[in-house]
Design a protein around this ligand. Structure first.
Ligand code: B16
Ligand code: MG
Length: 216
């Protein structure tokens, strides 16, 4: 019966997609590949290496690089991405997030992060909210990425909550599918897209209160 909250990072806690986009766009350009914002949408929630593979396939260059070369390309992208995060601060929290985390703490509801990002701990620290989370799933430990439920099941277990008593928050379709496959309640957060399969969808976390999840 003990409730718990499991949050995606990019698109739920903060909007780092715009920085991923700049870094991927620059890397792709150097490889003779042009990506636009619509293509960037397809990279949301997708791991770094899977994102690179998608870009190379999009540019018909999927067979042009060895694994070592691809790892070097992913590192180059990450170096630029991390530089773009230099000024990240509490002001970059998405609306309603801080209030919701404070309410969760007041109600003793544990929170975990289920993000594909290896940069999650550093980003949460810069945003000033690291201490609200009992656990951050390390994406290196996963066999499969979203939409596989593994990351969400691990996140719930890490805070000693059964998946059926956990509420997951996601901005990407792959994430909603993973949350539902984990047997959890799914809250979709998106102003622009309809997230199919979500139990509840809102445009922003300002529309949510911890109280409404106490008895579901
Ligand atoms: P990194 P999420 C995801 O974050 C991003 O949406 C996705 O664009 C990115 O490729 C992925 O993290 C990996 O990030 O390169 O920092 O390890 O939405 O799962 O919080
Ligand atoms: Mg996301």
């Amino acid at each position: 019966m003990k409730k718990g909250f499991v949050f995606d990072l990019d698109g739920v806690i903060t909007d780092t997609a715009k920085f991923h986009y700049i870094a991927w766009k620059d890397l792709a350009k150097n490889l003779g590949i042009t990506i636009d914002e619509a293509f960037n949408e397809t990279l949301k929630g997708i791991s770094r290496m899977d994102s690179l593979d998608k870009i190379l396939t999009y540019g018909n260059r999927e067979n042009d690089f060895t694994l070592a070369e691809k790892e070097a390309l992913a590192q180059t992208k990450n170096d630029e991405y991390v530089k773009l995060l230099a000024d990240l601060s509490a002001e970059d929290l998405l609306p309603g997030v801080h209030d919701f985390l404070v309410q969760a703490k007041e109600n003793n509801i544990p929170c975990a992060i289920a993000s594909a990002s290896k940069n999650a701990p550093m980003i949460l620290e810069k945003l000033g909210v690291l201490d609200f989370f009992g656990h951050i799933v390390d994406p290196e430990t996963l066999k499969k990425g979203k939409p596989d439920p593994e990351i969400f099941v691990k996140a719930a277990e890490s805070i000693n909550v059964e998946p059926k008593d956990a509420i997951g928050f996601e901005d990407a379709q792959a994430g909603i599918e993973g949350i539902k496959a984990a047997g959890m309640y799914a809250v979709g957060i998106s102003e622009t897209e309809t997230l199919s399969g979500a139990d509840l969808q809102v445009a922003s976390m300002t529309e949510l209160s911890v109280e409404q999840f106490m008895h579901i």
